[in-house]
Design a protein around this ligand. Structure first.
Ligand code: 0A1
Ligand code: ZN
Length: 881
C-alpha cells in the first residue's frame, strides 16, 4: 500500500519530461504469484536536453530483476532502483537508445485492483491513473505517448484467451502446455490506456461496418456460462458506434473492439484502447436479474467507454489536472447519446437529480474543487462528480452559448487540431473561441473556480409602462482555499409564460444580452427590462437546467403551481412541481421540530394526482415528478442543523398525504398499468414500470398496502418489479411477516448470483431507522458479502453510509462507529474503495450539533489510525478542515 508522502502536485509545476518513449515492447510470462514482465523501451531524449540529464522512471512496489541499455547490463553505479523509482544516472549520449527492464509482480496477492491483478482467476489490468507503474518502471504520465507491442505467454489450460490493446498479430503454442499471443496497437497512447486480459472466458461476437465501410470484429468476454447476459451490452455497443459517427463524425479506428467483464473492479469501467474492461455489473443483464435502471446504466457506460476512443484516447490529457478534458466531455457525449436513444426530457431530469444529489453536496462542502483542480495529493480522489458531471454541464453550457452548429464546428476543430496529442482545457476552450469568434475567458471560470453559483431573482411588472423587470444577482460562495470569487458568465435560459400558457412577446429588452431565450449573466447584478409586456407573466427560469446553479427566487406560490401545470419546457415544469414539494417538505420539517403536526395544502396533493393521471405526459416523466425529493435532497435544501429523523418524518408525512388524497386514482391507475406484454427493456416500457412502481410505493402506505406489495413481489415477472416491491416491503413494512418472507425467498432464488445479491444487500442496508446498523453489521458476516469485492462493499457499506440518513446518522453515533471500523478494514486491502466510502461524511458540518460532534470523532479516529494510505488520508484530512 502506498502510504502518504505528503507530496502535493501543482498544475503550475507542469513541465514535459526530458525523455520520450516512442516505442514500448512488453513480454508477460503470466503466473499468479510471480509474473515476469520484460519491457523493451525505445527511449528518446528531447531536443535541447543535456545528455547528462538522468532518466527517472516511476515505479510502485516493484521488484527489479534486470536493467540493460543497448544490450549491456548497467553497472551498479549507473542507476538507482527502489520499489517506487528507477533512476538511470548514466544515460548514453546518443539521442535514442534501447532500455530493457525486467520486473516481477504478483497478481494473485494484489487486492488494490490496480496494475496487474486476478479477478476470479482471470488476469486483468487497471492502469488509470497510475497503475502502469505497478507493472514496470515507466514514464507513467499521460503526456508520454508510445506505440505498444505486447506478447503474452501463459499456460493454455489456465488462460486459453490472451488479449491486449490494438489488433492481434500472431499466436501459437509453446512447449510444456504454454502458448502466446502478440498484439500491436498502432495508435500511440499513454500508459494509463494499456490493458491485458488472460483467462478462461466465454465470448459473444458480432461485427460492425463503419461509415467508411470497414468491418470491425466485436467481442464481449464474460464468465463462462454468462454469454446470454451480454446481448444488451452488445446491442448498446453497436448503437454507440453508429451514434458517434452520426453525431460527431467519429469513426472507429482498429479492426477489433473487445470488452471484458470482470467481477472485481474499483470503478464502473475503463476505456483502454480497443480493450475496454468493465465491472460486470455494467455488462450482464436480462429481465430476470437486472432492473430498468441497470439496463440504462449499461447502455450509458458502454457508450461512455466507447466514446472515449476519440475523447480520451485519440486526444488524451496533458496531465491529470486536465482529467475533465476527457471525462466531462465524454459524460456530455454519453448524456446526449442516452437522450437520443430514450426520452430527452426524462433523461435531463434524471441527470439534474444526479448532479444535485452528488455534485452539489461536493461543491458545497469541504471536498469542493474546481472542475479543473490546481492541486492534488492523490489523483484517485479526483474522479469526482465535479470533474465528471459538472464537467459535462460546462460543455453543455458551451453548446448553449454557441448554438448547435457552431458547437459542432468547434468539436470538429478540436478533433482536427489535437488528434494524437495530449491536450489541455485551454486548448479545448480555444477551439470554441476560434470556431465562434467569441471571447470565452470569463466563461472559462467554470473550469477554474469551485462552488455552486447562486442567482437571486426577483421580478416586477408595471402595467402602466407595460414593462416587466427581472433583477438578477449572482454570487459564488467561498470554497476551501478560494475565499474570493470572480464573476461568472452564466447562461440562464428562461421563458415568460402568459396566463394561457403561451410565451409572452416583448418588443425589446435591455440590461443584459438576451439571445435565443438565454439571458447572459456576466455582472454581479443585472436589471433586465422587457418592454411591451401588457400582463404580468410567470417566469420560467433555468429552462432545461441551462446552468448548474442554485436559484433563490422570490416567486408567488400561484406562479409555481401554474408553471407546474403549464410550462412548455418539460424540465422546468418538473422543476416547478419539485420546488412545490421541497417547500412543503421544509415547512413540514419545521412543524415537526416545533412539535406540530404536518399539514399539506390540498392543491398540492391534488396536483400530484393530476400529474399521475395526465395521459399527455410520458409515464416515465410522471414517475419522476411523483418521486419525492430524497431525504438527502431535503437536508441539502434546509442547509444546516439537520436532524435526519425529522427530515424522514416530514417526507413520510407528505407521502401519506398524497397517497390518502389520491387513493382511488392511484389504485385505478396502478391496476390499469399492469403489463401483460413480453418484457422489453426499452424506455417506454421501463417508464410504465416506473410509474406503476411509484404508485405502489404510495399505495403501500394505505390500509392493505402491505398485502398489495407482497402480491406485487410474488407476481413480478422481472427484476424491476421484484426489487421495487421488495424495497417497499423491507422499508415500509420492516419486520412484517411479508417482508421477512420476501427477503428469504429472494435470497433462496438468487443466492448464487452475486450481482443480484447486491440488490438484496442494498435494500436491507437502506431500511430507515436506528436498528439498521445492527442488520448491516450482521450482513458483513453473510456469505453473500465480501470485504475484498468493491461491488459488495459498495452495496452494503456504501449504501448504508450514503443512502440511509436515519440509520447512518443514528443519534448515538453507532452508525459512525461502524463506519470507522469498516473503512479502516477495507483500507487494508483496497485504499481507493476505502477513500471513496469515507466521502460519506463530507456534509457532516450541516448536521445538528450532537451528531456533528460524533461524526467529527469518527473522522478523527480514521485520521489518527496508523499507516494510513495516501488515498484515505487525503479525503479525511480535507473533510476535517
Ligand atoms: N476512465 C474511467 C474511469 C476509471 C478511472 C480509474 C479507474 O481505476 C480504478 C478505473 C476507471 C471512466 O471514465 O470510465
Ligand atoms: Zn470516462
Amino acid at each position: 500500500m502506498r502510504t502518504d508522502t505528503g507530496q502535493v502536485f501543482k498544475l503550475e509545476d507542469y513541465r514535459p519530461n526530458d525523455y520520450l518513449i516512442p516505442e514500448t515492447n512488453l513480454t508477460f510470462r503470466l503466473s499468479p504469484q510471480a509474473t515476469r514482465v520484460i519491457a523493451v523501451l525505445t527511449v528518446e531524449r528531447r531536443g535541447g536536453v543535456s545528455a547528462s540529464a538522468p532518466l527517472v522512471l516511476d515505479g510502485d512496489g516493484l521488484t527489479l530483476l534486470r536493467v540493460e541499455i543497448d544490450g549491456r547490463p548497467l553497472e551498479p553505479a549507473d542507476y538507482m532502483a527502489t520499489p517506487d523509482q528507477l533512476t538511470i544516472t548514466t544515460v548514453p549520449a546518443t539521442p535514442r537508445f534501447q532500455l530493457v527492464i525486467e520486473t516481477e509482480v504478483a497478481p494473485a496477492g494484489n487486492e488494490t485492483l490496480m496494475g496487474l491483478y486476478r479477478s476470479s482467476n482471470v488476469y486483468c489490468t487497471q492502469c488509470e491513473a497510475e497503475g502502469f507503474r505497478r507493472i514496470t518502471y515507466f514514464l507513467d504520465r499521460p503526456d508520454v505517448l508510445s506505440v505498444y507491442t505486447v506478447r503474452i505467454e501463459a499456460r493454455r489450460d489456465e488462460a486459453p484467451l490472451l488479449l491486449s490493446n490494438g489488433n492481434p498479430v500472431e499466436s501459437a503454442d509453446l512447449t510444456d502446455g504454454w502458448h502466446y499471443a502478440v498484439w500491436h496497437d498502432p495508435f500511440p497512447k499513454p500508459s494509463y490506456l494499456f490493458a491485458l486480459v488472460a483467462g478462461d472466458l466465454g465470448k459473444v461476437t458480432d461485427s460492425f461496418v463503419t461509415m467508411s465501410g470497414r468491418k470491425v470484429e466485436l467481442g464481449i468476454y464474460v464468465e463462462p456460462g454468462k454469454e446470454m447476459l451480454a446481448g444488451y451490452a452488445m446491442d448498446a455497443l453497436k448503437r454507440s458506434m453508429r451514434w458517434d459517427e452520426e453525431a460527431f463524425g467519429c469513426e472507429y479506428d482498429l479492426g477489433v473492439f473487445n470488452i471484458v467483464a470482470v467481477s472485481d473492479f474499483n470503478m464502473g469501467a475503463m476505456e483502454n484502447k480497443g480493450l475496454n474492461i468493465f465491472n460486470d455489473k455494467y455488462v450482464l443483464a436480462d429481465q430476470e436479474t437486472a432492473t430498468d435502471a441497470d439496463f440504462a446504466n449499461i447502455e450509458a457506460i458502454i457508450a461512455h467507454e466507447y466514446f472515449h476512443n476519440w475523447t480520451g484516447n485519440r486526444i488524451t490529457c496533458r496531465d491529470w489536472f486536465q482529467l475533465c478534458l476527457k471525462e466531462g466531455l465524454t459524460v456530455f457525449r454519453d448524456h446526449e447519446f442516452s437522450a437520443d436513444q430514450r426520452s430527452r426530457a426524462v433523461k435531463r431530469i434524471a441527470e439534474v437529480r444526479t448532479l444535485r444529489a452528488h455534485q452539489f453536496p461536493e461543491d458545497q462542502g469541504p471536498l469542493a474543487h474546481p472542475v479543473r483542480p490546481r492541486r492534488y495529493r492523490e489523483i484517485n480522489n479526483f474522479y469526482t462528480a465535479t470533474v465528471y458531471e459538472k464537467g459535462s454541464e460546462v460543455v453543455r453550457m458551451i453548446r448553449t452559448i454557441l448554438g448547435d452548429e457552431t458547437f459542432r464546428a468547434g468539436m470538429n476543430l478540436y478533433f482536427e487540431r489535437h488528434d494524437g496529442q495530449a491536450a489541455t482545457i485551454e486548448d479545448f476552450i480555444k477551439v470554441f473561441e476560434d470556431a465562434s469568434g467569441r471571447d470565452l475567458q470569463q466563461f472559462a471560470l467554470w473550469y477554474h473556480q469551485a462552488g455552486t453559483p447562486n442567482l437571486t431573482v426577483s421580478s416586477t411588472h408595471n402595467p402602466g409602462s407595460r414593462e416587466f423587470t427581472l433583477e438578477i444577482e449572482q454570487s459564488v460562495p467561498p470554497t476551501p482555499s478560494e475565499s474570493r470569487k470572480r464573476l461568472m458568465h452564466i447562461p440562464l435560459a428562461f421563458g415568460l409564460v402568459g396566463a394561457d400558457g403561451e410565451p409572452v412577446a416583448y418588443s425589446s429588452v435591455e440590461g443584459a444580452t438576451v439571445e435565443n431565450g438565454v439571458i447572459h449573466i456576466r455582472k454581479r447584478r443585472h436589471v433586465v427590462r422587457f418592454s411591451g409586456v401588457a400582463e404580468r407573466p410567470a417566469v420560467s427560469l433555468n429552462r432545461g437546467f441551462s446552468a448548474p446553479v442554485t436559484l433563490s427566487v422570490e416567486q408567488k406560490a400561484d406562479d409555481q403551481f401554474f408553471l407546474a401545470g403549464h410550462d412548455s419546457d418539460a424540465f422546468s415544469r418538473w422543476q416547478a412541481f419539485n420546488t412545490i414539494l421541497t417547500d412543503a417538505l421544509i415547512a413540514a420539517f419545521r412543524q415537526i421540530l416545533g412539535g406540530k403536526p404536518s399539514v399539506f395544502a390540498s392543491r398540492l396533493t391534488d396536483l400530484a394526482g393530476k400529474i399521475a393521471g395526465d395521459e399527455t405526459l410520458e409515464p416515465a416523466y410522471r414517475a419522476l415528478a411523483l418521486a419525492l425529493p430524497s431525504e438527502a435532497d431535503i437536508a441539502r435544501d434546509i442547509g444546516k442543523n439537520i436532524d435526519p429523523d425529522a427530515v424522514f418524518r416530514s417526507r413520510e408525512a407528505l407521502a401519506l398525504a398524497i397517497a390518502t388524497a389520491n387513493k382511488k386514482l392511484f389504485s385505478d391507475l396502478y391496476d390499469h398499468l399492469v403489463d401483460d406484454d413480453a418484457f422489453s427493456p426499452d424506455a417506454a416500457s421501463a417508464g410504465r414500470r416506473a410509474l406503476r412502481n411509484i404508485l405502489l410505493d404510495y399505495l403501500s402506505l394505505l390500509p392493505a398496502g402491505r398485502e398489495l406489495a407482497a402480491d406485487h413481489f410474488h407476481s413480478a415477472t422481472n427484476m424491476t418489479d421484484r426489487a421495487a416491491a421488495l424495497t417497499v416491503l423491507a422499508h415500509r413494512h420492516h419486520g412484517s411477516p411479508e417482508a421477512i418472507k420476501a427477503l428469504a425467498d429472494f435470497e433462496a432464488v438468487y443466492a448464487d448470483d452475486p450481482l443480484v445479491m447486491d440488490k438484496w444487500l442494498q435494500i436491507q442496508a437502506s431500511v430507515p431507522g436506528p436498528q439498521t446498523v445492527d442488520t448491516v453489521r450482521a450482513l458483513t458476516r453473510h456469505s453473500a458479502f465480501s470485504m475484498a469485492n468493491p461491488n459488495r462493499v459498495r452495496s452494503l457499506i456504501g449504501t448504508f453510509s450514503s443512502a440511509n440518513q436515519t440509520g447512518f446518522h443514528r443519534a448515538d453515533g453507532d452508525g459512525y462507529r461502524f463506519f470507522t471500523e469498516t473503512v479502516l478494514e477495507v483500507e487494508k486491502r483496497n485504499p481507493q474503495v476505502a477513500a471513496r466510502l469515507a466521502t460519506a461524511l463530507r456534509s457532516w458540518r450541516s448536521l445538528e450539533p450532537g451528531r456533528q460532534a460524533k461524526a467529527r470523532e469518527a473522522l478523527l479516529a480514521i485520521a489518527n489510525a496508523e499507516n494510513l494510505s495516501a488515498d484515505l488520508r487525503d479525503i479525511v484530512e480535507r473533510t476535517l478542515v
